[in-house]
Write a protein that binds this ligand. Structure first.
Ligand code: ASP
Length: 311
């Protein structure tokens, strides 16, 4: 394995080279046998402290980071925004500087403001890991999605992947488009016009599908997204039923594309972007994604925090 990982933070996929991503995949592959059970505790982060600072709801990402840090023997602290001095008017930066002064080596941050991690890394010396900033980036989700596809297909080069749904508000879509394009995959997008950013085709070099059936015939894999209603202005879709009728992945639609496998970052809203049957079908890689997520986050923590020369 080559020496030294060039990054002391993980802010977004945009800052990573293809080699960096391959390095993370190789490291995750190595950790896979150790990520399922607390029987194994590897020493890579012994003596390091990782704070999980989630200012937006999360199940998968937060628990997955916590398990990953523990499997590598780190001390893990979950910062609870509710009940903290943020409620007394303390700024986010002051809060994190206070935590850093207590000897923290890394902060895993999720926040509703796009770009917040870029701001924080200018002031903090500890490592910052982006666990989702607004509608901007969610790098570890894209890494685990890319890893899932890489394990399934053996390569991402030339792979046809279509992202379906609320592209406009999705940090998962943005990070995945960056990552997949870096590897020479062909990326498609499909969704209602109100949920696709203007100029998407030109600025991302993606292929736009207007009809779901066409996208399903073209793609080898689809990444199905939740409608991010917490970030949406009202009136972007007529109704959830209408959305499901045109863009929902159902058993009938999937049956007409037997070659296809599907991913979803979670949480799923059954009866909207897909049905429960589809999520549980043999074509679904959703459970694999969650499993690989722990190995990917172990790899990121090891390379970004564990291999960092002590401050
Ligand atoms: N869990 C993903 C995220 O945090 C996707 C979603 O919430 O729909 O962006």
């Amino acid at each position: 394995m080559p020496l030294g990982f060039a990054h002391h933070h993980l802010l977004g996929i945009r800052q990573l080279s293809r080699q960096d991503i391959e390095r993370i995949f190789e490291q995750a592959e190595h950790f896979l046998p150790y990520c399922r059970s607390a029987m194994y505790r590897l020493p890579d982060l012994r003596g390091r402290t990782v704070v999980l600072a989630f200012f937006e709801p999360s199940t998968r990402t937060r628990v997955s980071f916590e398990l990953a840090a523990r499997r590598l023997s780190a001390d893990v602290v979950s910062f609870q925004a509710a009940g903290s001095s943020l409620a007394k008017g303390e700024s986010l930066l002051d809060t994190l500087e206070t935590l850093e002064s207590m000897g923290v080596d890394a902060v895993v941050v999720r926040h509703r403001d796009s770009g917040v991690v870029w701001f924080l890394q200018r002031f903090l010396r500890c490592s910052i890991i982006n666990a989702g900033d607004g509608q901007h980036e969610h790098p570890t989700q894209a890494l685990l999605d890319g890893f899932t596809l890489w394990k399934r297909f053996g390569s991402l080069e030339g792979l046809r992947v279509c992202i379906i749904g609320d592209i406009l508000h999705s940090r998962v879509a943005r990070s995945n488009i960056e990552l997949l394009s870096r590897f020479g995959a062909e990326v498609g997008i499909c969704g209602p016009g109100t949920l696709i950013p203007q100029q998407a085709e030109q600025s991302w070099k993606v292929r736009r599908f207007f009809v779901l059936e066409d996208a399903l015939q073209w793609a080898q894999a689809v990444i199905v997204l939740r409608l991010q209603r917490e970030r949406m202005e009202s009136g972007l879709i007529p109704s959830l039923q209408e959305y499901h009728r045109f863009y929902g992945l159902t058993r009938e639609r999937l049956a007409r594309a037997p070659h296809l496998c599907l991913l979803h970052p979670g949480p799923t809203n059954y009866g909207v972007e897909l049905t429960r049957e589809v999520a549980a079908s043999p074509q679904s890689l959703i459970r694999q994604q969650v499993h690989y997520g722990v190995a990917i986050r172990m790899a990121v923590l090891k390379l970004v925090v564990g291999d960092r020369i002590a401050r």
